[in-house]
Design a protein around this ligand. Structure first.
Ligand SMILES: [Zn+2]
Length: 210
């Protein structure tokens, strides 16, 4: 394989201060055992499966859907296209995606004003994926969808298609990626989730190579 020059880390740091979706478990990163003459240091982490930069698998919304361990790894490793939607105020619509000429088999990462506004505090008014837009991505048959906030779906909305339309087509969702330092264009994405058995979501260290 050709050697790549630049690695861009699009993961957010995980700490006891990392913001979580309202109602989700608080993240705790603590020292379990300190150094001593005879022992090594060891830390203990407590967190929800959707903490920080993570993958949603189909079983997140569908009872018989695929779990993290059921998804083939090649979904999470390969070419990806970052689309710049920074000018959008509220949501990503089908028309926005049509204008970017989204194609079958693509890994699509959406950069919105969320990346610029950061991940320090919770914001209800984050830019999300519209239900009709999610239907369109499922219809086109993309491979993976990523977005730069803690959820792909509008908070409090009864329209759950942003999750269900994608996940019912086995299209995993990569959430909470920081694209503030990434321009629109083609990259190589690596975002394999942690191999945790039976779960519907898992932390990943997401990176882009260019
Ligand atoms: Zn999630």
């Amino acid at each position: 394989m050709q050697e790549k020059n630049t690695i861009i880390d699009i993961s957010i740091p995980l700490s006891s201060n990392t913001v979580v979706y309202p109602g989700d478990p608080q993240i705790k990163v603590e020292v379990f055992k300190e150094w001593s003459v005879t022992t090594s240091k060891l830390s203990e982490i407590t967190m929800g499966t959707h903490s920080g930069t993570h993958i949603d698998s189909p079983s997140h919304c569908l009872e018989s859907g695929k779990r993290i361990e059921d998804l083939p790894l090649d979904i999470f490793v390969g070419p990806a296209r970052v689309l710049d939607f920074s000018s959008l105020a509220e949501k990503i619509t089908k028309e926005d995606l049509v204008n970017k000429n989204v194609k079958i088999g693509e890994r699509i990462l959406a950069k919105t004003r969320n990346s610029k506004e950061g991940f320090e505090t919770w914001r209800d008014n984050f830019v999300y994926l519209d239900g009709e837009a999610a239907d369109y991505l499922a219809f086109v048959g993309i491979k993976l969808f990523g977005i730069d906030y803690l959820s792909v779906k509008q908070k409090g909305s009864k329209d759950n298609r942003a999750h269900t339309s994608l996940l019912s087509k086995d299209i995993p969702i990569l959430e909470t990626i920081d694209l503030s330092k990434v321009e629109e264009g083609e990259y190589f994405l690596v975002c394999a989730p942690l191999k945790i058995s039976g779960v519907e979501g898992a932390r990943t260290r997401a990176i882009l190579l260019c």
